[in-house]
Design a protein around this ligand. Structure first.
Ligand code: NAD
Length: 498
């Protein structure tokens, strides 16, 4: 019998009593590797009640102790990076290097969370009036929740709960039902690091469990990462229930290539950024906008991408893995067919992709289109597969207009030798993360990062450094320290400053 993925509730890994189970499959073979339960309403209630109770004691734990927990956790994650990566390979199909990178990006956030004392410092001003001081404290909110996507099963949960918990909150995590085992391993290490009972809860499931989170009065803030439609739903429902919500959503990222760019750099960058990770990255470059004579490089780009082959993670030469599910693969293939019907030129067609030894894998070969226009579905939709659309325009201004007219604003990049062009692009582009001669400009967590426009809904506090602002409240105190005979707030409520 296949194993059942356990919830982590009230400090224990528990087997669900739910009769709703979803199969977790290895996307390279279709082998069912586990069954993930959809938490019952009783299990959801128990997890939230446990997190609520734990908050009362956890918020009183000194900030330096909370920081030390994160230091130990980061250390354990490093020690077990390979083991976590193996789980990712099996349930998501990433290559080993990619899976290790997924874990490493998360470790960097835990290291940032270990810096929590300085991140939680308030502000002070002495003598706002005579003998009166004003100062502020940053305080945790209570029970926070996170809902995460399949494509980074280590990094994205680690964007959320370490920072929230370091701030003094407790946390309910609902990972993707498509690859739920990675998070269980991470939770196990969190316990080993010394996390007290109840501080983190992992509940498995899908929409119904998300709805329980969205409607529960004891959950104060929700972080979401996933697709646009679900992001909008979570933002609308969560805020309707008067919760704080940040929803990181889908993307369609453009790379602008100026004719003065270094051609080899452009070709190399596009290979990895477009089809790497099977295109299942919110920061993948899915549209390359060639300016003027740079369009002559499109055949060379397609030829270089054509040399890349997907494969099983045990194959060290595999450039990327399968799509997460047969449904995801079917969707990518149907979009490729639609692109052909709509008149784009398919210069590299990956629809007939075979990987030796893995006939049942969700493979899609690298695919490149030219002559793509903004009306086509392959341009409008986030394909989330190894498909690059290329377009040609006459000027940087025209390229900027294409990018700024896109409803998405997650990431973008420009390749150019001109400082003036790069500066103009950087300044005018309406996108959250911009690369200059860098294809995937992912910032480190000591910065803050978020998408713009339809790639993000909600509170502008981002992941990284400013996540602390999302997971806390500010309390401002104005104190009169001495019983001096001075006037304080009068009927007009202003303090006499003389
Ligand atoms: P998804 O939206 O299908 O699922 C995300 C989470 O929402 C999962 O936990 C899932 O169980 C839950 N969910 C799914 N349908 C739901 C519904 N109807 N109601 C309530 N909850 C629901 O996303 P995915 O396919 O797992 O991930 C890929 C998407 O995530 C892509 O669009 C990608 O661009 C996006 N993404 C964005 C970022 C970012 O930083 N902006 C990062 C990574 C991934």
């Amino acid at each position: 019998m296949t194993q059942q993925v356990q919830h982590f509730i009230d400090g224990e890994f528990v087997t669900s009593t739910s009769d709703k189970l979803i199969a977790v499959t290895n996307p390279a073979t279709q082998q069912v590797i586990a069954q993930v339960p959809c938490a019952t309403s009783e299990e959801m209630a128990r997890a939230i009640a446990s997190a609520k109770a734990a908050f009362q004691t956890w918020k009183e734990v000194p900030v330096s102790e909370r920081a030390r927990l994160m230091m130990r956790f980061a250390h354990l994650l490093k020690e077990h990076q390979g083991e976590i990566a193996e789980i990712i390979c099996e349930e998501l199909g990433k290559t080993v290097e990619d899976a290790k990178g997924d874990v490493w990006r998360g470790i960097e956030v835990v290291e940032q969370a270990a810096n929590i004392p300085s991140l939680m410092m308030g502000e002070t001003v002495e003598n706002v009036a005579r003998s009166i001081d004003t100062y502020s404290y940053i305080q945790p909110l209570g029970v926070c929740a996170g809902i995460t996507p399949f494509n980074f099963p280590a990094m994205i949960p680690l964007w959320m709960f370490p920072m929230a918990i370091a701030c003094g909150n407790t946390f309910i995590l609902k990972p993707s039902e498509q690859d739920p085992m990675t998070v269980n391993k991470i939770a196990e290490l969190f316990v080993k690091a010394g996390a007290p009972k109840g501080v983190l809860q992992v509940v498995h499931g899908a929409k119904e469990q998300v709805d329980a989170i969205l409607h529960h009065p004891d959950i104060k803030a929700i972080s979401f990462v996933g697709s646009v439609n679900v992001g909008q739903y979570i933002y609308k429902t969560g805020t309707d229930n008067l919760k704080r919500v940040q929803a990181f959503a889908g993307a369609k990222n453009h790379m602008v290539i100026m004719p003065d760019a270094n051609k080899q750099q452009v070709v190399n960058a596009l290979v990895g950024a477009s089809v790497g990770a099977a295109g299942q990255r919110c920061m993948a470059i899915s549209v390359a906008v060639f300016v003027g004579a740079a369009a002559e490089w499109i055949p060379e780009v397609a030829a270089a991408i054509g040399k890349v082959r997907p494969g099983h993670y045990s194959d060290a030469n595999a450039a990327y893995g399968p799509q997460i599910s047969p449904q995801a693969r079917a969707r990518v293939l149907s979009l490729i067919e639609q692109g052909k019907k709509e008149g784009a030129t398919c210069v590299l067609d990956g629809t007939d992709c075979v990987v030796d030894g893995y006939p049942n894998g969700n493979w899609v070969g690298p695919t490149v289109f030219s002559n793509v226009t903004t009306e086509m579905e392959i341009y409008k939709q986030e394909i989330f597969g190894p498909v690059l659309s290329t377009m040609t325009v006459d000027s940087l201004e025209e390229a900027l207009k294409v990018v700024n007219d896109s409803p998405f604003g997650n990431g973008t990049s420009i390749f150019t030798a001109s400082g003036a062009a790069a500066r103009k692009y950087q300044h005018n582009v309406e996108v959250g993360q911009v690369g200059i001669n860098i294809p995937i400009p992912v910032p480190l967590p000591f910065f803050s990062f978020t998408g713009w426009k339809g790639s993000f809904y909600g509170d502008q506090h981002a992941y990284g450094k400013q996540a602390v602002r999302f997971y806390t409240e500010t309390k401002t105190i104005t104190a009169r320290w001495f019983d001096d005979d001075i006037p304080v707030a009068g009927p007009n409520m202003s303090i006499n400053l003389r």
